[in-house]
Design a protein. Structure first.
Length: 274
């Protein structure tokens, strides 16, 4: 115990130096960082989130999106990537189209909190707002399997509501076939008995719609055969449910507005040079 004071002072100095180097000095260095303007006539970068997008940031945080998605474009010298043919290549996020450069501290000066993420179960979202349309973002949030059968991302159907159509369909309604809307959050298919019952009641109308579709107008079909029933089912599942629609709630609109506002690493910054 005669060395207790030495151990105490050593531990104190170790933790103090770590705190000074990792917390206090970066805070002092970056706390006054300002938006970037190359020329006086340019808009400042970045811009602070406002309105619906700011509300969407809170939804993103509440739903835990940062646990599977990062918001940090890595250096071009970092890591490997796989192209659309499944070939492993040397490169990084810029090669994937996840940003035009690596992200730096200035990209995050208005983020409260800064959600760099903890892993990449899903792709990086630092500039996802420039990669997909609003309609795509809504459909993907509602159920990612609409686009990728293999997606492990959860569905977020509680950010949408299923309602009856009054008059015309809403412009905000998701354009999805009934396979996605009959049971929101899941991909639905009727049982064999259910499909037989539907064909008894609506078979002629479904067949007429099938034949009127330009993709099938020249195709002969016999609803009495197993192949004909399957082809009609595959077609029918891709058509919208009659009289109902899926529309985003206020929180669904806000989340997508936030995703569309994520456009980090699009403006060149002098400190982001490799």
């Amino acid at each position: 115990m005669d060395r207790g004071m030495v151990i105490f002072v050593g531990a104190l100095l170790t933790f103090s130096s770590s705190w000074l180097g990792l917390v206090l000095f970066p805070f002092w260095q970056l706390n006054g960082e300002q938006p970037y303007r190359k020329d006086a006539a340019d808009d400042p970068y970045p811009l602070a989130l406002q309105g619906t997008a700011l509300a969407g940031q809170k939804v993103y945080q509440r739903e835990g999106c940062m646990y599977c998605h990062s918001q940090q474009v890595r250096s071009e010298k970092f890591g490997n990537w796989w192209d659309e043919h499944g070939q492993e290549r040397t490169g990084a996020d810029v090669k994937r189209g996840w940003g035009q450069r690596r992200t730096v501290s200035r990209d995050y000066i208005y983020d409260r909190p800064t959600m760099l993420g903890t892993m990449r179960t899903g792709p990086d979202l630092a500039n996802v707002g420039g990669r997909y349309s609003e309609a795509w973002q809504h459909a993907h949030t509602f159920n990612p399997r609409v686009f990728n059968d293999w997606s492990v991302m959860p569905s977020f159907p509680w950010l949408y509501r299923k309602e009856k159509v009054v008059g015309e369909r809403s412009e905000r309604a998701l354009k999805l076939g009934r396979e996605w809307t009959v049971d929101p959050g899941y991909r639905w298919r009727p049982s064999a008995g259910q499909w037989d019952a539907i064909l008894r009641d609506q078979g002629e109308a479904i067949t007429a719609r099938f034949l009127s579709d330009p993709a099938h107008s020249t195709a002969a079909i016999d609803p009495g055969t197993a192949d004909g029933k399957k082809r009609l089912l595959d077609f029918w599942l891709t058509t919208e449910e009659e009289g109902v629609q899926i529309v985003p709630t206020g929180e669904g609109e806000a989340l997508v507005a936030y995703l569309l506002a994520l456009r980090k690493a699009e403006v060149p910054l002098p400190e982001a040079k490799e």
